[in-house]
Write a protein that binds this ligand. Structure first.
Ligand code: SF4
Length: 122
């Protein structure tokens, strides 16, 4: 007789929002065990990959400077110095970022005569 691993009890969450690409689809139906998403109904292929390949575990520290864990205050100070020294500061990324944070990034780019770009330009 073999022991088959028991499937985790899945909870269904209706109207979840996907923040991966910026379209912010808010009609996603997630099946989750509380740690990992097992199914993301109505999500596109990018959204499915995003939901199914992330867990609730913290994979990274709050900040990294030169490859080592750093405090947020230290990371902000280093970032400010880099931006201050830059000839053409670039504010880049912004996926998985709230509208409020994106607004702050645009304001920062304005303040330092920088430019803004997102990962979608890839
Ligand atoms: S990645 Fe797909 S599901 Fe997610 S917001 Fe964009 S279009 Fe919607």
């Amino acid at each position: 007789m073999t022991n088959t691993p028991k499937s985790p009890e899945l909870r269904v969450i209706d109207h979840a929002t996907c923040t991966f690409c910026g379209c912010v689809c808010d009609d996603i139906k997630l099946h989750t065990d509380g740690n990992r998403v097992h199914k993301a109904e109505r999500a596109c292929v990018l959204g499915k990959a995003w939901f199914l390949n992330h867990t609730a575990e913290r994979a990274y520290p709050d900040a990294i400077v030169d490859g080592r864990e750093a405090s947020l205050d230290e990371a902000i100070e280093v970032a400010a110095e880099l931006l201050y020294q830059a000839d053409m500061p670039l504010i880049y990324g912004l996926s998985n970022t709230t509208c409020e944070a994106q607004r702050e990034c645009v304001a920062l780019a304005d303040a330092i005569s920088g430019i803004v770009d997102s990962h979608t330009s890839l």
